[in-house]
Structure formats: structure tokens, C-alpha cells
Design a protein around this ligand. Structure first.
Ligand SMILES: [Zn+2]
Length: 131
């Protein structure tokens, strides 16, 4: 049985991070559909599961690798975005964030310095703000 399965899986893509993500997504949908009595989520979980199996048994490995890379890129962006938001919140007591009126660049300046002239690091324009 094991050998048969191994032979079957030869040249096929198998499981990667994106497949695991689809599996977790399907499980979450099943749980939520039970909790919220939303049967539509049941269909979503089936779609996610079928998608996962399709990728697992797929022989188009290059395409699957591309999907995996896209998934990892997106995940990294989301993680970086969340971390960025956290750091803004944690030092909001000591620093203030302004946007450059010319290029919309975010600029972080220390609080409690009174009126100061801020020079934008990207476009070099100057503007005055109270900190
Ligand atoms: Zn600027």
C-alpha cells in the first residue's frame, strides 16, 4: 500500500506551505459554518480541500512552485505590515508620525520638542509642525 502510494506520488508536487494554508482554511470554514450555521462556508471548505488535493497530485510542478512563491511573498508582506503597525502603536507616546505634504512620505519625529521644522528625507521639502 505504502509503495503503491509512493509510486503514485512520484513526479507529483506534494504538500507545501500553501497547501497547508488551504487545509487550515478549509478546517476554519468547517468550524465557522458549524458555529454560524452558514452552509455557504461548507462549500468554501470543499473548494479549498479540492484545490489542496489538486495541487498535491499535480504534475505541473513549475506552476505549483510559482503559486507557492506567490503565497510566501504575500505572507511575508502581511507579516511585515502587521509588525509595522505594531511598532507605530508602541512608540506613539514618544514619537509622532507626519506625512510629507509633497510626497506623502511618512516621517517619524520625537514628541515634546515644540514647533520644529521637519525636512522630508525623500524629497527634501521643509514644513513646520508642532510635536
Ligand atoms: Zn517629501
Amino acid at each position: 500500500m505504502r509503495q503503491k502510494f509512493e509510486k503514485f506520488m512520484q513526479g507529483r508536487y506534494g504538500i507545501d506551505h500553501f497547501s497547508r494554508f488551504l487545509l487550515v482554511g478549509a478546517l476554519v470554514c468547517v468550524l465557522l459554518s458549524g458555529l454560524l450555521r452558514a452552509s455557504a462556508l461548507n462549500y468554501v471548505s470543499w473548494i479549498l480541500l479540492i484545490w489542496m488535493y489538486y495541487r498535491m497530485f499535480s504534475k505541473n510542478i513549475r506552476k505549483r512552485c510559482e503559486e507557492e512563491r506567490m503565497y510566501m511573498d504575500t505572507k511575508e508582506k502581511v507579516v511585515r505590515f502587521c509588525k509595522g503597525e505594531k511598532s507605530v502603536i508602541s512608540d506613539s507616546k514618544t514619537h509622532k508620525i507626519y506625512r510629507c505634504p509633497h510626497c506623502r512620505q511618512k516621517i517619524r519625529v520625537p514628541r515634546g520638542k515644540g514647533k520644529i521644522e521637519i525636512t522630508c528625507p525623500s524629497c527634501r521639502s521643509k514644513f513646520i509642525k508642532r510635536t
